[in-house]
Write a protein that binds this ligand. Structure first.
Ligand SMILES: C[S@@+](CC[C@H](N)C(=O)[O-])C[C@H]1O[C@@H](n2cnc3c(N)ncnc32)[C@H](O)[C@@H]1O
Length: 312
C-alpha cells in the first residue's frame, strides 16, 4: 500500500472541542483516510467510531490503515446525508460527537485517473462516489452554457466565467472536451494572461466549481445540518471543518438557525414560529483556524475553518 498522505487538519482542536477524551460513540461522517478517526480512537480506549465515506476506494484505505482498531470502528460506505438511517440500522439512537471534514482528501488529488487534479491529465470525471451518474464531462459537454457559467460563478466565484464558457462553447462544437488537460488549457486561454493568478493555476476555480457541482457538496451539507444535531445526546458536540467561504457561510448560518428560537424574517412585525426549541449552542463564536506550526507542517490546512456547536 502507498504511504498515507492526508494529514488530518485541526486534529488537536477536534479532539479537545468534541470532548473525545471521555469515551463514547463518535461519528466521523467524512472518514477519508481515517486521520481524524485514528485520533479519536487514540483519545480514549472507550471511544468507538462510525466511519462514513461515500468513496469506496478511500474507505478501503482507511479500513486497511486502521485494521488494528477493527473492534472499535464500524465502516459505512454511504452518503452522510443518510446519517439518521445509518444510525437507525445500527440500532444507535444518540451519539457523543459528530465530525464533518468537508471536501476531498489529498488522496483524490494524488490518485491518478479520477479528474480532481488539474496537474494530471485524466478523464473529466470528479465523482467522489463513483456510483453517481453525473460527471464533470457531462456538465462541460452537455449543460447549457448559461448553466455552466452559473456553476463557475456560484460555486467557484470565478469572475472570468463568461469568457471561459465562451471558449468551452466553441471547443465543444468541434469535439467533446474529455480531459482535465483540455479543460485546464481552455481556462488558461480564456483568462487574459495578465490576470492569471500568481500562485494558482488559472483553472483552479473552474475545477473547484465543477467538483462541487458534480458531488452536490453545498446541497449535501445544507441538507444534513438541520438533522445531524438531533442525533447528538445532550451535551454532545458537532464539529464541521470547511475549506472555502461558501461552505463556511452555510455552516455558520446553519448553526445560528439551530441556536435561535425564532427564524422569522426581520420584516415580520411579530414572531410566527413560536414554539421552536433551541437545538444547539454555538461554542466557537469565531471559527478555529490552524496555528503557525500546523501551517508549517501542513500547508494544505491554510484555508481550514472549524466551527463547533453543542446539543442543548
Ligand atoms: C477532507 S476528506 C476527510 C479526511 C479525513 N478527515 C482524514 O483525516 O483522513 C473528506 C472526505 O469526505 C468524503 N465525503 C465528502 N462528501 C461526502 C458525503 N456527502 N458523504 C460521505 N462522504 C463524503 C470524501 O470522499 C473524502 O474522503
Amino acid at each position: 500500500m502507498k504511504g498515507y498522505l492526508h494529514t488530518p487538519v485541526l486534529a488537536e482542536e477536534v479532539i479537545a472541542y468534541l470532548k473525545c477524551r471521555g469515551g463514547g460513540i463518535f461519528v466521523d461522517a467524512t472518514v477519508g483516510e481515517g486521520g481524524h478517526t485514528l485520533e479519536i480512537l487514540r483519545a480514549s480506549e472507550q471511544n468507538k467510531v462510525i466511519g462514513i465515506d461515500h468513496d469506496q476506494e478511500i474507505l478501503e484505505r482507511a479500513q486497511e490503515r486502521l485494521a488494528g482498531y477493527a473492534d472499535r470502528v464500524t465502516w459505512i460506505h454511504d452518503d452522510f446525508s443518510h446519517l439518521p438511517q445509518i444510525l437507525q440500522a445500527l440500532g444507535i439512537e444518540k451519539v457523543e460527537g459528530l465530525l464533518f471534514d468537508l471536501g476531498v482528501s489529498t488522496f483524490h488529488f494524488l490518485e491518478q485517473g479520477r479528474g480532481f487534479s488539474l496537474h494530471q491529465d485524466a478523464p473529466l470525471d470528479m465523482r467522489m462516489d463513483t456510483r453517481g451518474k453525473l460527471t464533470a464531462s457531462d456538465i462541460v459537454n452537455h449543460f447549457p452554457l448559461e448553466a455552466i457559467e452559473k456553476i463557475l460563478r456560484g460555486n467557484g466565484e470565478e469572475r472570468w466565467a463568461k469568457r471561459i464558457v465562451k471558449v468551452i462553447g466553441k471547443e465543444r462544437q468541434q469535439a467533446a472536451i474529455r480531459t482535465t488537460g483540455q479543460l485546464a488549457e481552455i481556462c488558461s486561454r480564456a483568462i487574459p494572461s495578465k490576470y492569471h493568478p500568481r500562485r494558482l493555476h488559472p483553472a483552479t476555480k473552474t475545477f473547484l466549481a465543477l467538483r462541487i457541482a458534480v458531488n452536490e457538496e453545498l446541497n449535501k451539507i445544507e441538507g444534513v445540518l438541520p438533522i445531524a444535531p438531533l442525533l447528538l445526546r445532550r451535551g454532545g458536540r458537532i464539529g464541521v471543518i470547511s475549506f472555502h467561504s461558501l461552505e463556511d457561510r452555510i455552516v455558520k448560518q446553519g448553526f445560528k438557525r439551530l441556536e435561535s428560537t425564532c427564524v422569522c424574517p426581520p420584516s415580520l412585525p411579530q414572531c410566527v414560529c413560536k414554539g421552536r426549541e433551541q437545538v444547539l449552542q454555538i461554542i466557537t463564536k469565531r471559527p478555529l483556524t490552524p496555528g503557525p506550526e500546523e501551517l508549517r507542517n501542513n500547508p494544505r490546512a491554510r484555508s481550514a475553518k472549524l466551527r463547533v456547536a453543542e446539543r442543548v
